[in-house]
Design a protein around this ligand. Sequence first.
Ligand code: FES
Ligand code: FE2
Length: 384
Amino acid sequence: MPSNTSEVTDPARAPETMVSPALPARYYTDPQVFDLEKRKIFGRSWQLVGHESDLPRSGARIVGRVADQEVLVVRTESGGLAAYLNVCRHRGSRLAVGPEPEGKAIRCPYHGWTYKLDGRLVGAPEGRRIPCLDKAGLGLHPARVESFLGLLFVNLDTDAVPLADRLPGLPERISRYMDRLEPIGSRRIHNMEGAERQPANWKIVVDNYLEGYHVPVAHPGLMRLLDYRRYTAEVHDSYVLFEAPLRGKPSSNRLERLYQQVVEPMPGLEKSDRRVWRYVTIYPNTMIDLYPDHVLAWSMVPTAVDQVAVPGAYYGRAGASWRTRVAQRLNIRIGNITNDEDILLVGRVQRGLAISGYEMGPLSEREIAVGWFADRVRADLGKL
Ligand code: FES
Ligand SMILES: [Fe+2]
């Protein structure tokens, strides 16, 4: 077992587990807290913006969203990655607005200032008429970008600790799921326009993902599929790993039963992976669902104090069998039903937290990861 780890295997048998208190309502409803988060959480954390498959060739580019900021991520000439604030150094136009054609340069659509993929300003129309044009000092503002198990993360803080250093032990646990993935369907992590919106503060949606305590009451389908008693949460400094073993008993629901019949592990997984769903949360707002048949990577991007966009994408192993493709379809449908149930729950919490006079109750040991997240947010925001 890795260090800094707490585990709840059977809450009834772990009465001494320390559970940190939840966040007070104000953290979810106060516009001042929301503004502070942009600087103190989103201004310096690693944010999921895409997948390696989104940048297949030199010159390919995507726009990543970090709270209300935008970052342009490009595949460089050498095949590496580079990220820049999505703003032109001339008079501040957004450089790109969404999926953009590939090319050897980044050209601003306003007056045509042109940058190389390495961020250098190389051209400005009628440059001789710009008296103080110092091209060398007018490169694009850099941001950090890293690929972690094929997922692309950016950080606005150029001094940030590398993401991989923050996640010791995680690659060993999940990399077999992340190899040779290609997108299933048309959803993409960087497609903010197509992202689902949920009527709640981003942290309510994270909290909801971080606990299985609501499953018996709110998700009848999951209760039929998962062995709730063996649902575990393993809490590390910057990530949480959940395991939800699947029940052997056939579900009474036809869709779920079909899934149980056809599911088999993707090539590269272990046989035992067929019988478990895993979930990962990387602080602060990245979620990775690891199923035997596919992977879902998604992020909670705040768009207002009481609204969040949830961009994400499904991935499967290249060359998956027809049987796996059927399992993927069935599982994604099951996931959509669960997701619809969750949207109602988080909206209800947002409305409830706005009722003045409410004081937060205690957390269950089943909610140990909600307490972990609250501690991390409190540490980042400091005294309010
Ligand atoms: S704002 Fe980009 S070239 Fe003028
Ligand atoms: Fe849920």
